[in-house]
Design a protein around this ligand. Structure first.
Ligand code: KG4
Ligand code: ZN
Length: 345
Protein backbone atom coordinates (compact mmCIF):
# COMPACT_ATOMS: atom_id res chain seq x y z
CA UNK A 1 0.00 0.00 0.00
CA UNK A 2 1.32 3.52 -0.64
CA UNK A 3 -0.37 4.90 2.48
CA UNK A 4 0.77 3.46 5.79
CA UNK A 5 -1.79 3.19 8.59
CA UNK A 6 -0.19 2.92 12.02
CA UNK A 7 -1.71 2.36 15.44
CA UNK A 8 0.27 4.11 18.19
CA UNK A 9 0.35 3.40 21.92
CA UNK A 10 1.96 5.59 24.62
CA UNK A 11 2.18 4.76 28.35
CA UNK A 12 5.62 6.01 29.42
CA UNK A 13 4.52 8.55 32.03
CA UNK A 14 1.14 9.77 33.31
CA UNK A 15 -0.74 9.87 30.02
CA UNK A 16 -2.38 6.79 28.52
CA UNK A 17 -2.75 7.40 24.80
CA UNK A 18 -3.73 5.63 21.58
CA UNK A 19 -3.82 7.04 18.06
CA UNK A 20 -4.16 6.11 14.41
CA UNK A 21 -2.00 8.02 11.94
CA UNK A 22 -1.68 7.79 8.17
CA UNK A 23 1.49 8.49 6.22
CA UNK A 24 1.16 8.95 2.49
CA UNK A 25 3.98 7.92 0.17
CA UNK A 26 4.88 11.60 -0.38
CA UNK A 27 5.63 11.87 3.35
CA UNK A 28 2.48 13.74 4.30
CA UNK A 29 0.92 12.73 7.58
CA UNK A 30 -2.65 12.77 8.85
CA UNK A 31 -3.98 12.07 12.32
CA UNK A 32 -7.08 9.91 11.99
CA UNK A 33 -7.66 9.56 15.74
CA UNK A 34 -5.78 10.72 18.81
CA UNK A 35 -7.10 9.78 22.25
CA UNK A 36 -5.43 10.74 25.52
CA UNK A 37 -6.43 9.85 29.05
CA UNK A 38 -4.58 12.13 31.46
CA UNK A 39 -3.95 10.84 34.97
CA UNK A 40 -3.28 14.34 36.26
CA UNK A 41 -6.11 14.16 38.81
CA UNK A 42 -4.78 10.88 40.22
CA UNK A 43 -1.33 12.34 40.92
CA UNK A 44 -2.12 15.98 41.80
CA UNK A 45 -2.67 15.22 45.49
CA UNK A 46 0.87 13.78 45.66
CA UNK A 47 2.50 16.75 43.90
CA UNK A 48 4.05 14.50 41.24
CA UNK A 49 3.64 11.27 39.30
CA UNK A 50 3.43 8.14 41.48
CA UNK A 51 4.78 5.26 39.31
CA UNK A 52 2.69 2.48 40.86
CA UNK A 53 -0.54 4.44 40.53
CA UNK A 54 0.40 5.35 36.95
CA UNK A 55 1.00 1.72 35.92
CA UNK A 56 -2.29 0.52 37.39
CA UNK A 57 -4.21 3.33 35.74
CA UNK A 58 -2.66 2.56 32.32
CA UNK A 59 -3.73 -1.06 32.71
CA UNK A 60 -7.30 -0.06 33.55
CA UNK A 61 -7.91 2.14 30.50
CA UNK A 62 -5.56 0.97 27.74
CA UNK A 63 -7.84 -1.56 25.99
CA UNK A 64 -10.71 0.89 25.97
CA UNK A 65 -8.53 3.69 24.59
CA UNK A 66 -7.24 1.56 21.72
CA UNK A 67 -10.77 0.50 20.83
CA UNK A 68 -11.81 4.16 20.97
CA UNK A 69 -8.94 5.28 18.71
CA UNK A 70 -9.75 2.59 16.14
CA UNK A 71 -13.46 3.43 16.24
CA UNK A 72 -12.87 7.16 15.78
CA UNK A 73 -10.39 6.61 12.93
CA UNK A 74 -12.85 4.28 11.18
CA UNK A 75 -9.89 2.02 10.42
CA UNK A 76 -10.32 -1.68 11.19
CA UNK A 77 -7.52 -3.38 13.08
CA UNK A 78 -7.20 -5.72 10.07
CA UNK A 79 -6.29 -2.76 7.86
CA UNK A 80 -3.53 -1.41 10.14
CA UNK A 81 0.00 -1.78 8.70
CA UNK A 82 1.88 -1.72 12.00
CA UNK A 83 1.62 -1.22 15.73
CA UNK A 84 3.98 1.39 17.18
CA UNK A 85 4.52 1.52 20.93
CA UNK A 86 6.72 3.53 23.28
CA UNK A 87 9.27 1.10 24.73
CA UNK A 88 11.34 3.72 26.59
CA UNK A 89 12.52 5.88 28.19
CA UNK A 90 10.01 6.26 31.01
CA UNK A 91 8.48 4.67 34.08
CA UNK A 92 9.03 0.94 33.74
CA UNK A 93 5.60 -0.20 35.00
CA UNK A 94 3.76 1.99 32.51
CA UNK A 95 6.08 1.01 29.65
CA UNK A 96 5.40 -2.67 30.37
CA UNK A 97 1.64 -2.14 30.11
CA UNK A 98 1.88 -0.48 26.69
CA UNK A 99 4.51 -2.84 25.33
CA UNK A 100 2.72 -6.02 26.44
CA UNK A 101 -0.51 -4.71 24.93
CA UNK A 102 1.25 -3.99 21.64
CA UNK A 103 2.92 -7.40 21.63
CA UNK A 104 -0.40 -9.15 22.21
CA UNK A 105 -2.03 -7.18 19.38
CA UNK A 106 0.90 -7.83 17.05
CA UNK A 107 0.89 -11.52 17.84
CA UNK A 108 -2.86 -11.90 17.45
CA UNK A 109 -2.95 -10.03 14.13
CA UNK A 110 0.48 -11.07 12.73
CA UNK A 111 1.29 -7.41 12.18
CA UNK A 112 4.70 -5.81 12.60
CA UNK A 113 5.41 -4.13 15.92
CA UNK A 114 7.64 -1.06 16.16
CA UNK A 115 9.27 -0.32 19.53
CA UNK A 116 9.63 3.45 19.59
CA UNK A 117 11.90 5.69 21.63
CA UNK A 118 9.62 8.31 23.19
CA UNK A 119 12.13 11.06 22.38
CA UNK A 120 12.10 10.07 18.70
CA UNK A 121 8.34 10.60 18.83
CA UNK A 122 8.83 14.16 20.09
CA UNK A 123 11.67 14.71 17.61
CA UNK A 124 9.67 13.78 14.48
CA UNK A 125 6.32 15.41 15.37
CA UNK A 126 7.13 18.56 13.39
CA UNK A 127 7.20 16.45 10.22
CA UNK A 128 3.67 15.29 10.92
CA UNK A 129 2.29 18.76 11.60
CA UNK A 130 4.46 20.94 9.34
CA UNK A 131 6.21 18.60 6.85
CA UNK A 132 9.56 19.99 8.04
CA UNK A 133 12.52 18.76 5.95
CA UNK A 134 15.76 17.34 7.38
CA UNK A 135 18.04 18.58 8.83
CA UNK A 136 16.49 20.70 11.57
CA UNK A 137 17.27 21.73 15.10
CA UNK A 138 15.04 20.50 17.93
CA UNK A 139 14.72 21.96 21.41
CA UNK A 140 13.01 19.33 23.55
CA UNK A 141 11.80 20.74 26.85
CA UNK A 142 9.61 18.51 29.01
CA UNK A 143 9.28 17.33 32.60
CA UNK A 144 11.97 14.71 32.05
CA UNK A 145 14.18 16.11 29.27
CA UNK A 146 15.92 19.28 28.20
CA UNK A 147 17.94 18.69 25.04
CA UNK A 148 19.10 20.33 21.86
CA UNK A 149 19.12 17.76 19.08
CA UNK A 150 20.21 17.94 15.47
CA UNK A 151 17.64 15.87 13.57
CA UNK A 152 19.39 14.68 10.41
CA UNK A 153 17.01 11.93 9.37
CA UNK A 154 14.80 9.18 10.73
CA UNK A 155 16.89 7.37 13.33
CA UNK A 156 19.74 9.80 12.73
CA UNK A 157 20.25 12.24 15.61
CA UNK A 158 23.08 14.18 17.19
CA UNK A 159 22.62 15.41 20.71
CA UNK A 160 24.23 18.83 20.95
CA UNK A 161 23.19 19.83 24.41
CA UNK A 162 21.50 18.50 27.50
CA UNK A 163 20.81 19.52 31.08
CA UNK A 164 23.53 18.89 33.60
CA UNK A 165 20.99 18.73 36.44
CA UNK A 166 17.21 19.33 36.39
CA UNK A 167 14.95 19.23 33.33
CA UNK A 168 13.24 22.56 32.63
CA UNK A 169 9.73 21.25 33.35
CA UNK A 170 11.04 19.81 36.59
CA UNK A 171 12.45 23.25 37.48
CA UNK A 172 9.03 24.83 36.85
CA UNK A 173 7.38 22.11 38.97
CA UNK A 174 9.85 22.53 41.85
CA UNK A 175 9.52 26.31 41.74
CA UNK A 176 5.74 26.00 41.95
CA UNK A 177 5.98 23.61 44.90
CA UNK A 178 8.37 25.93 46.72
CA UNK A 179 5.98 28.86 46.28
CA UNK A 180 2.90 26.86 47.25
CA UNK A 181 1.45 26.80 43.71
CA UNK A 182 -0.40 23.71 42.40
CA UNK A 183 1.00 20.81 40.34
CA UNK A 184 1.84 20.71 37.45
CA UNK A 185 3.89 23.79 38.15
CA UNK A 186 4.54 25.09 34.63
CA UNK A 187 1.11 26.54 33.90
CA UNK A 188 0.81 27.85 37.50
CA UNK A 189 4.16 29.65 37.38
CA UNK A 190 3.38 31.10 33.96
CA UNK A 191 0.00 32.38 35.14
CA UNK A 192 1.46 33.93 38.32
CA UNK A 193 4.33 35.52 36.37
CA UNK A 194 1.87 37.52 34.24
CA UNK A 195 1.09 39.80 37.20
CA UNK A 196 4.69 39.97 38.44
CA UNK A 197 7.61 42.36 38.11
CA UNK A 198 10.47 40.39 36.50
CA UNK A 199 13.07 42.99 37.62
CA UNK A 200 12.42 42.89 41.38
CA UNK A 201 14.46 39.76 41.96
CA UNK A 202 17.57 39.53 39.83
CA UNK A 203 18.02 35.80 39.51
CA UNK A 204 21.15 34.32 37.88
CA UNK A 205 21.00 33.31 34.21
CA UNK A 206 22.30 29.72 34.18
CA UNK A 207 25.43 28.95 32.14
CA UNK A 208 25.30 32.28 30.32
CA UNK A 209 28.31 32.68 28.06
CA UNK A 210 29.57 29.10 28.33
CA UNK A 211 30.62 27.62 24.96
CA UNK A 212 28.54 24.39 24.66
CA UNK A 213 24.74 24.53 24.36
CA UNK A 214 24.00 22.75 27.64
CA UNK A 215 21.46 23.66 30.30
CA UNK A 216 21.33 23.89 34.07
CA UNK A 217 18.46 24.88 36.33
CA UNK A 218 19.33 23.77 39.84
CA UNK A 219 21.38 26.88 40.67
CA UNK A 220 18.51 29.08 39.57
CA UNK A 221 16.15 27.05 41.73
CA UNK A 222 18.45 27.52 44.74
CA UNK A 223 18.67 31.28 44.13
CA UNK A 224 14.90 31.42 43.95
CA UNK A 225 14.54 29.44 47.16
CA UNK A 226 16.93 31.77 48.98
CA UNK A 227 15.07 34.84 47.73
CA UNK A 228 11.77 33.28 48.81
CA UNK A 229 13.16 32.51 52.28
CA UNK A 230 14.33 36.11 52.69
CA UNK A 231 10.85 37.40 51.84
CA UNK A 232 8.83 34.92 53.92
CA UNK A 233 5.95 34.99 54.60
CA UNK A 234 5.22 35.40 50.88
CA UNK A 235 2.53 37.78 49.71
CA UNK A 236 0.70 37.07 46.47
CA UNK A 237 2.56 39.99 44.85
CA UNK A 238 5.94 38.60 45.93
CA UNK A 239 5.06 35.16 44.56
CA UNK A 240 4.15 36.79 41.26
CA UNK A 241 7.44 38.72 41.21
CA UNK A 242 9.43 35.57 41.99
CA UNK A 243 7.66 33.68 39.18
CA UNK A 244 8.27 36.54 36.75
CA UNK A 245 11.95 36.69 37.75
CA UNK A 246 12.30 32.93 37.37
CA UNK A 247 10.67 32.93 33.95
CA UNK A 248 12.82 35.82 32.78
CA UNK A 249 16.02 34.02 33.84
CA UNK A 250 14.77 30.86 32.08
CA UNK A 251 13.98 32.61 28.80
CA UNK A 252 17.32 34.45 28.85
CA UNK A 253 19.19 31.23 29.50
CA UNK A 254 17.29 29.40 26.74
CA UNK A 255 17.97 32.21 24.25
CA UNK A 256 21.67 32.21 25.13
CA UNK A 257 21.98 28.39 24.90
CA UNK A 258 19.90 27.90 21.74
CA UNK A 259 21.73 30.72 19.99
CA UNK A 260 24.94 28.65 20.17
CA UNK A 261 23.23 25.76 18.39
CA UNK A 262 21.69 28.02 15.72
CA UNK A 263 25.14 29.40 14.92
CA UNK A 264 26.66 25.92 14.79
CA UNK A 265 23.86 24.75 12.49
CA UNK A 266 24.30 27.75 10.17
CA UNK A 267 28.05 27.18 10.06
CA UNK A 268 27.57 23.54 9.07
CA UNK A 269 24.57 23.70 6.73
CA UNK A 270 24.09 27.39 5.90
CA UNK A 271 20.71 29.09 6.25
CA UNK A 272 19.90 29.38 2.55
CA UNK A 273 17.32 26.61 2.75
CA UNK A 274 15.59 28.52 5.56
CA UNK A 275 16.00 25.77 8.14
CA UNK A 276 13.73 25.24 11.11
CA UNK A 277 14.06 25.54 14.86
CA UNK A 278 11.47 23.18 16.30
CA UNK A 279 10.34 23.15 19.91
CA UNK A 280 8.60 20.17 21.55
CA UNK A 281 7.68 18.90 25.01
CA UNK A 282 5.24 20.17 27.63
CA UNK A 283 7.24 23.31 28.46
CA UNK A 284 6.73 24.42 24.85
CA UNK A 285 3.26 25.43 26.02
CA UNK A 286 4.83 28.44 27.75
CA UNK A 287 4.01 31.63 25.84
CA UNK A 288 7.02 33.61 27.11
CA UNK A 289 9.33 30.82 25.98
CA UNK A 290 7.61 30.58 22.60
CA UNK A 291 7.91 34.34 22.06
CA UNK A 292 11.61 34.27 22.96
CA UNK A 293 12.35 31.39 20.58
CA UNK A 294 10.29 32.91 17.77
CA UNK A 295 12.30 36.12 17.95
CA UNK A 296 15.61 34.31 18.28
CA UNK A 297 14.89 32.07 15.30
CA UNK A 298 13.95 35.08 13.16
CA UNK A 299 17.16 36.90 14.06
CA UNK A 300 19.22 33.93 12.87
CA UNK A 301 17.29 33.27 9.66
CA UNK A 302 15.42 30.22 10.95
CA UNK A 303 11.73 29.40 10.79
CA UNK A 304 10.25 28.72 14.20
CA UNK A 305 7.96 25.72 14.44
CA UNK A 306 5.95 24.87 17.52
CA UNK A 307 3.49 22.01 17.01
CA UNK A 308 -0.01 22.50 18.48
CA UNK A 309 -0.01 22.15 22.26
CA UNK A 310 -1.77 18.78 22.28
CA UNK A 311 1.08 17.40 20.16
CA UNK A 312 3.80 19.05 22.29
CA UNK A 313 2.73 17.16 25.40
CA UNK A 314 2.70 13.38 25.55
CA UNK A 315 0.40 11.69 23.03
CA UNK A 316 0.25 8.57 20.87
CA UNK A 317 -0.01 10.30 17.48
CA UNK A 318 3.69 11.13 17.73
CA UNK A 319 4.48 7.49 18.48
CA UNK A 320 2.36 6.23 15.59
CA UNK A 321 4.02 8.81 13.35
CA UNK A 322 7.54 7.79 14.42
CA UNK A 323 6.53 4.20 13.61
CA UNK A 324 5.28 5.26 10.18
CA UNK A 325 8.45 7.22 9.48
CA UNK A 326 10.61 4.27 10.52
CA UNK A 327 8.63 1.85 8.41
CA UNK A 328 8.74 4.17 5.39
CA UNK A 329 12.50 4.57 5.85
CA UNK A 330 12.91 0.80 5.68
CA UNK A 331 13.69 0.02 9.31
CA UNK A 332 12.70 -3.55 10.19
CA UNK A 333 9.96 -4.36 12.69
CA UNK A 334 11.06 -5.21 16.21
CA UNK A 335 11.11 -8.73 17.61
CA UNK A 336 8.34 -9.55 20.06
CA UNK A 337 10.85 -10.22 22.84
CA UNK A 338 12.04 -6.60 22.87
CA UNK A 339 12.24 -5.32 26.46
CA UNK A 340 11.07 -1.95 27.84
CA UNK A 341 13.87 0.44 28.77
CA UNK A 342 13.52 2.88 31.65
CA UNK A 343 16.58 4.71 30.33
CA UNK A 344 17.22 5.02 26.63
CA UNK A 345 19.23 8.01 25.36
O1 KG4 B 1 6.00 16.68 27.78
P1 KG4 B 1 5.22 16.65 29.05
O2 KG4 B 1 3.72 16.73 28.98
O3 KG4 B 1 5.54 15.36 29.87
C1 KG4 B 1 6.82 14.86 29.95
O4 KG4 B 1 7.55 15.32 30.86
O5 KG4 B 1 7.19 14.00 29.10
O6 KG4 B 1 5.78 17.86 29.97
C2 KG4 B 1 5.28 18.13 31.25
C3 KG4 B 1 6.05 19.30 31.83
C4 KG4 B 1 5.73 19.58 33.30
O7 KG4 B 1 6.93 19.72 34.02
C5 KG4 B 1 4.95 20.89 33.25
O8 KG4 B 1 5.10 21.68 34.42
C6 KG4 B 1 5.56 21.56 32.05
O9 KG4 B 1 5.74 20.52 31.11
N1 KG4 B 1 4.67 22.60 31.51
C7 KG4 B 1 4.99 23.92 31.46
C8 KG4 B 1 3.84 24.59 30.95
N2 KG4 B 1 2.88 23.65 30.71
C9 KG4 B 1 3.41 22.43 31.04
N3 KG4 B 1 6.11 24.56 31.80
C10 KG4 B 1 6.12 25.90 31.64
N4 KG4 B 1 5.07 26.63 31.19
C11 KG4 B 1 3.92 26.02 30.84
N5 KG4 B 1 2.87 26.72 30.39
ZN1 ZN C 1 7.30 13.41 26.53
Amino acid sequence: ADTLLILGIETSCDETAAAVVARDSDGRGRILADVVFSQLDLHAAFGGVVPEIAARSHLTVIDQLIAEALARSQVRLADIDGIAVTSGPGLIGGLMVGLMTAKALAMATSKPMLAINHLEGHALTARLTDAVAFPYLLLLVSGGHTQLILVKGVGDYERWGTTIDDALGEAFDKTAKLLGLPYPGGPAVEAAAKAGDPQRFRLPIPLRGTPTPDFSFSGLKTALRQAAEREAPLSEATIADLCAGFQLAVTKSLADRVQIALRAFAYRFGTGAHPALVVAGGVAANQAIRATLLELAGTHGFRFIAPPLALCTDNAAMIAWAGAERMAAGFPADALDVAPRARWP
